[in-house]
Design a protein around this ligand. Structure first.
Ligand SMILES: Cc1cc2nc3c(=O)[nH]c(=O)nc-3n(C[C@H](O)[C@H](O)[C@H](O)COP(=O)(O)OP(=O)(O)OC[C@H]3O[C@@H](n4cnc5c(N)ncnc54)[C@H](O)[C@@H]3O)c2cc1C
Length: 355
């Protein structure tokens, strides 16, 4: 019987396996895709460099444009890079290096008092603890009886690379509930929405005259959820450890992986895999970034209700204030609101409070 089985060799699963490498625990990673499949833009905050070497960064971002429905442009520029575009394939390859992965698709899992049985397309495995890092549509989350979070679709297309700023479009015609983006450095454009993603992509590409290529997509979980049960932990997208304002989950997955690995070491030492003991994992990651997810959810819920006309008025009012900002943390975007003049914000309070 394995001590630990990790389902999914994405960011969260690989990082937990790497952190358990010297633990002496008999660990198995199960992954359904032998070939690395890139499903995101790979934009991360500078905290990425706390975990990984600089050569995994393809481009630095020190300037970003945010565009309103009528074309009002807010430029966020800092003297130092606030985000980076990762060499996404090299990063996934780096994560999988030195980890023993069995390429099997997990189909189901059954939790017993003394063990867990994992059924894959190639057979059965048994373990003391099962870690679900199998993404937004987690099989392990379902098997553990943990409620599914809300899901949005993120889709993108890649064409010719060019120069220019990363640009974010806040326009309800492109995405009624999120935003659309263009990353010239990757030749990438895309959007996130829970409604008609392909139809909105069509409108976005036509309006901006963007090259129409193959579409790639994946689900993005939004909101806080439970991440443990008896003999089970969840991490990464399987646990909705994602920023609700940007859909970014790489840094939060890495942070959660650290808490998961520490909890697993302690659980193994004490031979305690019950829900009460494993609940400390949830407390630890919520303590580090749960409040930010909560605040970003609140801002997102306000944004979802605003019509294009109001978005334009907010852009006009706050453009000079945003453009004066000289420091912010890309993982803590909710804090940007606190940098805006409070009196001016009061003028818009009635819109922001509409339910
Ligand atoms: C369009 C789009 C753009 C994004 N852009 C960014 C961005 O710029 N910056 C950012 O930080 N985040 C971004 N994200 C989010 C980011 O991709 C995720 O938050 C991050 O990859 C989460 O990592 P993970 O390990 O939890 O999941 P994943 O990377 O999805 O890994 C899950 C792994 O589990 C495997 N798996 C799934 N089911 C099974 C099964 N049944 N059996 C075995 N293996 C299985 C999958 O093959 C995969 O390898 C974006 C997402 C999308 C959709």
């Amino acid at each position: 019987m394995y001590d630990v089985i990790i389902a999914g060799a994405g960011v969260a699963g690989c990082q937990i396996a790497r952190l358990l490498d010297d633990s002496g625990l008999d660990t198995l990673v199960l992954e359904k895709e032998k070939n690395i499949r890139i499903k995101d833009s790979g934009i991360v905050s500078s905290e990425f460099l706390d975990f990984f070497p600089k050569y995994l960064i393809a481009k630095n971002i020190d300037s970003m444009d945010i565009v309103s429905p009528s074309g009002i442009e807010i430029n966020l520029s800092l003297p130092e890079p606030f985000a980076h575009i990762v060499h996404r394939e090299s990063f996934s390859g780096y994560l999988r290096r030195k980890i023993k992965i069995d390429y099997e698709t997990v189909i189901a899992a059954k939790f017993y008092e003394e063990s867990v049985t994992v059924l894959t397309d190639k057979g059965f495995h048994e373990c003391k603890l099962l870690v679900g890092c199998d993404g937004a549509n987690s099989v392990i989350r379902n098997a553990a009886g943990i409620e599914r979070p809300g899901l949005c679709a993120g889709i993108f297309s890649r064409g010719r690379k060019s120069t220019g700023n990363v640009t974010v479009y806040m326009n309800k015609f492109f995405s009624p509930d999120f935003f659309a983006w263009h990353i010239p450095q990757n030749g990438e454009h895309g959007l996130i929405t829970a409604m008609r993603p392909a139809g909105h992509m069509d409108e976005f590409e036509t309006a901006l005259g963007l090259e129409q290529g193959n579409l790639y997509g994946a689900h993005i979980p939004i909101g806080l959820q439970k991440s443990f049960s008896s003999r089970c932990l969840l991490a990464g997208d399987a646990a909705s450890q994602v920023k609700p304002l940007t859909g970014g989950g790489i840094i939060f997955s890495l942070k959660a992986a650290k808490h998961a690995a520490e909890t697993i070491r302690k659980a193994a030492k004490k031979n305690r895999f019950d829900a009460a003991f494993l609940s400390s994992y949830q407390k630890r990651w919520l303590g580090e970034f749960g409040a930010e997810i909560r605040k970003q959810m609140m801002i997102r819920n306000v944004y979802r209700r605003l019509p294009n006309k109001h978005i334009d008025q907010l852009f006009s009012a706050f453009k000079p204030d945003f453009e004066k900002i000289r420091a912010f943390n890309y993982d803590r975007l909710s804090k940007l609101c606190w940098k805006l003049p409070k009196l001016k914000m009061l003028r818009f309070l009635p819109w922001l409070l509409v339910r």
